[in-house]
Write a protein of this length. Sequence first.
Length: 164
Amino acid sequence: MDLPALAKRIHHWAVLVEDGILALLLTCMILLAFVQIALRNLAQTSLDWGDPLLRVMVLWVALAGAIAATREGNHIHMDILSRFLPERFHRPMRRLTDLFSAFICALIAWFAARMVIVEQGDGNIAFSGIPTWILELILPVGFCVMALRFLANALFLPQKELAK
């Protein structure tokens, strides 16, 4: 198997895993919210860990969605300059903004990793005996993946950009 075919296969499986995680998280979040509402309205009780877990799941779903958006190039773009520049500058400008975005995401990932290490050292517990640092792992991982995606987009424009 040649390298481009292997890269496509790895990308295909990565997309399936990312989309699967996103779908699973969103489904679990909706089900948990439904259970919490039903328990409150029907039994005047709720799961003690339900609301804190829902808050964490919102963060995880948001970052998983951001990862998927960077994969497809469907994230928010700051394209005010491209509206005023001739079309021949659009691709170089896109590459430049993707490189800048990769740098910013890498910087955030670095500081998020440092925060997780500090949280691990502190030994704080979020709820139900789960350490806070485990719930925060999505921050460095998510921003690192986005940094790599932006870098890949800068080096190899996404398919929808190549079609233009």
